[in-house]
Design a protein around this ligand. Structure first.
Ligand code: NAD
Length: 391
């Protein structure tokens, strides 16, 4: 048993074994203990990411063998994947649940959390502000996913990325197309450029051009008419006509590319379908596509979630856990995001968030409290789905 008598904080690893990330590392546990938590971790958690039980025990974590019991007695639970029904039913009212809760895809689950009296903090709702940067887990994970996407594609491609002049002839550099240049796309570009590939990138946000060029890549000029940034720097959804114009313009670039990395997403919605079957069929056999937007539906018509398929010689990879390929680093930054989030949102006197706080970050992330869903977008989604069920 832990000697720490503080409120109990339980780390819950992802449901899917392919996702090796963890929400608490030995290093972050030290900081959580300083915040007043008694940190509990399931036995064997983190082993696949390179953290041992000794590492956790040395910093004062309690190892728990019965996770269900530990959930029921926890005052706070940190999770990586959205909570399962099993987890929700075991949480006690007033327990803090923080993690990727996927509120837009699963509003019904958010209602269950509210009904269970859970105090939920959604990492997806961390505002994109300078002050909130240390809690921005979407960015920390996207950055590593962008890196991992390029490394994975390079490994699958039967070609070198850099130009090489050899006595036996010159090897031309690989051509890489990056679609979507948010956090993941920019890291993919930076990685591909460092590996010596010739990189072209495209994003609907006009401000992306300068960032792409500053990394040494070429920005593809595609005229789809007016596009504006939404709140928080996110992209607005294109119209069907605009998407069509974009696909036509990208088809030639796709056909010339050895690797395509797609990262285009729309906050709170399904990712736009950008690379269609005919565009894949126009590519050279042996080319590789990594659809890094697969967790929100994917940008490539043929991608299958969790699979690596081949279509007319083109490999299409739909790994939803790209960041988990560098699980140790991904866990380290995610765990650090959690430490900052709890430090900022939890009042140390009560070890609970203040629901009436006028702090922008607390108002943004506090998704359920006192039986209510506090985000009006999720309430609207639930209302529209219940209207749909009635008609
Ligand atoms: P995201 O994951 O929502 O989307 C990835 C990219 O896809 C975005 O750049 C978006 O413009 C692009 N996209 C959407 N539809 C597209 C289409 N049809 N074709 C091509 N590209 C398309 O984005 P993100 O990585 O979360 O970043 C969103 C914005 O937020 C960026 O401007 C980023 O710089 C900014 N940001 C700011 C902060 C901060 O200020 N603290 C932190 C993180 C991100």
């Amino acid at each position: 048993m832990s000697e720490n008598a503080g409120p109990r904080l339980l780390a819950v690893p992802p449901d899917d074994k392919l996702d090796r990330r963890v929400p608490v590392t030995p290093e972050s546990a030290v900081k959580l203990v300083e915040q007043g938590w008694a940190v509990c971790v399931p036995e064997h958690m983190g082993e696949a990411a390179g953290f041992s039980r000794d590492d956790y025990q040395t910093v004062g974590c309690e190892l728990v063998s019965n996770v269900d019991d530990a959930i029921a007695s926890a005052n706070a639970v940190l999770c990586v994947s959205p909570p399962s029904e099993n987890l929700i039913t075991k949480l006690s009212p007033g327990t803090i649940l923080a993690g990727f809760l996927d509120p837009f895809a699963e509003p019904g689950r958010i209602k269950q959390l509210a009904d269970a009296g859970v105090v939920s903090l959604s990492l997806e709702l961390v505002p994109r502000t300078t002050l909130a940067q240390s809690m921005d887990a979407l960015s920390s994970q996207a950055s590593l996913a962008g890196y991992a996407a390029v490394i994975l594609a390079a490994e699958r491609l039967a070609k070198a990325l850099p130009m090489m002049s050899t006595p036996a002839g010159t090897i031309r550099p690989a051509k890489i197309l990056v679609v979507g240049t948010g956090v993941a796309g920019l890291q993919a570009i930076a990685t591909a450029v460092r590996l010596g590939a010739r990189v072209t990138a495209y994003d609907v946000r006009p401000t992306a051009k300068e960032q792409v060029e500053s990394l040494g890549a070429k920005f593809a000029k595609i005229d789809v008419g007016e596009t504006e940034e939404a709140k928080g720097g996110y992209a607005n959804e294109l119209t069907a006509e605009q998407l069509d114009m974009q696909r036509k313009a990208l088809a030639k670039l796709c056909s010339e590319s050895d690797i395509i990395i797609t990262t285009a997403q729309i906050f709170g919605r399904r990712a736009p379908l950008i690379v269609m079957r005919d565009m894949v069929e126009g590519m050279t056999p042996g080319a590789v596509i990594v659809d890094a937007a697969i967790a929100t539906g994917g940008n490539v018509e043929l991608t299958k979630v969790g699979q690596e398929i081949e279509h007319q010689g083109v490999k299409i990879i739909g790994d939803p856990f790209l960041a988990s390929r560098v699980a140790r680093d991904a866990s380290a930054v995610l765990a650090s995001n959690f430490v900052s989030l709890l430090k900022h949102t939890v009042n140390p006197a009560t070890m609970q968030p203040e629901p009436d706080s006028d702090d922008e970050i607390v108002r943004g992330v506090l998704l359920t409290y006192g039986g209510e869903i506090r985000d009006e977008r999720i309430r609207a989604l639930l209302e529209s789905s219940s209207e749909g069920n009635q008609s």
